[in-house]
Design a protein around this ligand. Sequence first.
Ligand code: ZN
Length: 483
Amino acid sequence: MRTHIEGGWVVAFNGKGHEVYEAGSVVFEDDRIVHAGPAYSGPTDTRIAAHGKLVSPGFINTHVHTAGNAGDYLLLDMARNDYRTSNYMSFAAPLRGKLTPPSSQAVAAIRAFVFLHALKNGTTTIIDVGGLRGDWDGYARLVDELGVRVYGSPPFRDRDTFMDARGRLTYDEDVAIGRERLQEAIGFVKRFDKTAGGRLRGMLNAAQVETCTERLLREGRDAARELDVPIHTHAGGNLIEFQRIMGEYRTTPIRFLADIGFLDDRTLIGHGVFRAGHPWTGHPFGDDIRVMAERGATLGHCPYKYAKMAMTLQSFQRYLDAGVTISLGTDTFPLDIVSELRWASILAKTTDGNYQAGQHRDVFNAATLGGCRFIRRDDLGRLTPGAKADILLIDLDHIGSGMYVDPIKALVDAASGRDVRTVIVDGTVLVDDGRLTRVDEAEIYAKAREATRHSWSNVPGWRWDGAGVEQIIPPAFPLHRAH
Ligand SMILES: [Zn+2]
């Protein structure tokens, strides 16, 4: 069946870069685009009106965690003053043996919520860099049923993090568990890669550079090459990690990964903020940016989350100019990839003190083409004949938006994920006029909320100090609940 998306601002790919056509057309047949650009007059079976809308390639979100938002919620208001640059470790490390895994229903509810929340906000390719464990058949079934496009597999590490009774972070090494988890990930890829009509793809996730031993990182890299899939790890994500790697290997996390052969054009590095030369590291020599560029690794830049922790990449423009492939990710809630475009652009400007940094075209490229290199896909992140029909219709013409000359600038400067009206993945309309077509939204949300509240209520049971969520994150104003 041929579908004609008619009359919008079409972002078409010319083989080298994006171009925009006013009153353009996109035509797709089944899962592939057959036309993108000027108005189309050939025969089609059905049409979607797109006047006043940006017809954009779907965004590739390279940092999604399919986990409960308990952790991320705490992170957004992190209050601990002794782990202020430690990212997830300040809140997510439990007392040893005290954290009970959520039920399989809770896992499924949260996964469904994460996938659909990302989708509704404009993500058409979800790079799952690690979430809740267990029921991998259920995970694959969910991807199949929901229609989303996902790269993922169970994350592995052989050093788990815990707090001791006094709230000090400790690492427990267990090489056998790391191996077992890597085997589980390999099994997942072998079993599920290219299932769900080709929408579920395998990639490996070495959890964090400092929570994996060098041996496990090497074994993970070898396995990824053997399986011919990409590999991700978090590196340069916080100062504790940076200092631990410096202490263990006498080199920066990025340089260390390059030295052990982990970094190449199939590698995605989550964050890469703390590197040689970043002023907070106190390590003013070496050139990690050049190393990343030379090895062809992709950076998963999550500007909003880092800004909330008073950190930022130094800088988007500097990495870009050095030739680093930059992609965008959301990491924490909301998984609003449209807003990340604005954050990436604005933070690039303020970080460099240069309003010509972080240009609209560069952040748009990061959210589309930037995420394609490490997954080796030249049929995603672009609208061109032969590419996958992963398409967004984003409403720019409404009173809550604004007046504009250039729709890409309007998108970056003023839009958010809630302006995404239509989402098409693999030629199937999954969001139509702002509503999910395959599921009951309210039911998905209610189930995920229940699972999340349950996990929040369990926090005092595993926290080193027994604190509850409202003690860890005091409300903005005195809050009188209805009970
Ligand atoms: Zn992450």
